[in-house]
Design a protein around this ligand. Structure first.
Ligand code: HMG
Ligand code: MG
Length: 300
């Protein structure tokens, strides 16, 4: 059965902007986050506390959180791969943090410079300390439907890492198709495996749209009872350690589809399209969102 409402986790300011080649002014990031909140998004992944040598675009996350005008009812979160990241996140007064691991050993090494087992050991104190400071922790598992270095990934491996993260204290795990290679039947097979052991309300889906499969995969996830969807305004994004990976599925496209299915999101599509157009103007490119393109063509 389809969910009656869906929570959108807007990852544009983090996943979207982390992969940009050009420097993005802090003011443009702040404007984007404000406009996303004004459009009705209630969960915004606003930055990440990672090494500035690895991901220079996120180096200003501390200032960003300091200057952010938080709107009531909106959760502003950040990625924290280790204790150093968590300490910075606590100093910055983030609302929630996320740890990020992978179902692929090679991707784990490239992305966070350690094995899967080591990453889980690193996350333990992060989760503990976050909880001690009253912060909820979200988990990510990358490469759930394929890895840019290893190719196929078994659902059993995804299940194992996901269960470990939940057992460690993550309230939810977001399943990342980091390179966007998944197709609907593969997605269904993965979710069938996971849902035999994990309830749907502990899972979110995070599709990159490299091969144009994201909406089809999201439909499968909805049909399996998953009601948390990660997406990125204007389809911004990619992972610097997954070469060729395109942006996340565009939030505008997800909202349009959900609106058409009568599924509540609380997001104002027109305001969201404007937010996307504004950041794309800053970046000097056009939106990757089909819906934003179509709506712009109609109003011209
Ligand atoms: P490392 O080099 O193994 O860390 O990096 P280290 O502990 O050995 O420290 C080395 C240096 O990094 C030191 O500085 C530390 O201070 C610094 P130095 O003494 O050389 O000047 N450092 C830090 N600086 C700031 N913040 C920190 C931090 N930690 C250490 N938290 C580390 C390990 C994880 C930090 C590194 O590999 C890293 O930053 N990786 C970036 C990972 C990343 O952000 N990837 C993109 C996000 S994940 C993603 O996009 C996937 C997702 O969207 C889901 C999906 O699509 O599948 C979530
Ligand atoms: Mg991602």
């Amino acid at each position: 059965m389809l969910p009656s409402s869906v929570k959108i986790v807007e990852v544009g300011p983090r996943d979207g902007l982390q992969n940009e080649k050009q420097v993005i002014a802090l003011a443009a990031k702040l404007q984007l986050i404000d406009e996303l909140a004004a459009a009705g998004l209630t969960y915004i992944e606003a930055g990440s506390f990672v090494s500035p040598k690895w991901v220079p675009q996120m180096a200003d996350s501390q200032q960003l959180f300091q200057q952010l005008t938080k709107q009531a009812g909106v959760t502003y979160s950040a990625l924290t791969p280790n204790m150093q990241g968590l300490q910075s996140a606590l100093n910055a007064k983030v609302d929630e943090v996320a740890i990020f691991g992978a179902a692929s050993e090679s991707f784990s090494m490239r992305n966070i410079n350690c094995s899967i087992a080591e990453s889980l050991l690193r996350f333990e104190p992060v989760i503990e300390q976050a909880a001690a400071n009253g912060l909820k922790v979200r988990g990510y598992v990358s490469c759930v439907l394929g890895c840019p270095y290893e190719g196929g990934i078994s659902p059993a491996k995804v299940l194992q890492v996901t269960q470990q993260m939940l057992a460690m204290g993550c309230y939810e795990v977001s399943l990342g198709d980091t390179v966007g290679v998944g197709t609907p039947l593969k997605t269904e097979k993965l979710l069938n495996t996971l849902l035999q052991h994990i309830s749907a309300d502990k899972l979110a889906v995070h599709f990159h749209d490299t091969y144009g499969q994201a909406l089809a995969n999201i439909l499968i996830a909805l049909q399996q009872g998953i009601s948390v969807i990660d997406s990125s305004v204007a389809g911004l994004g990619g992972c610097p350690y997954a070469k060729g990976a395109a942006g996340n599925v565009a939030t505008e496209d997800v909202i349009y589809m959900l609106n058409g299915m009568g599924i509540e999101t609380g997001v104002n599509l027109a305001a969201l399209v404007t937010a996307g157009q504004n950041i794309m103007r800053q970046l000097g490119r056009s939106s990757q969102s089909k819906v934003a393109q179509a709506m712009a063509a109609v109003t011209q």
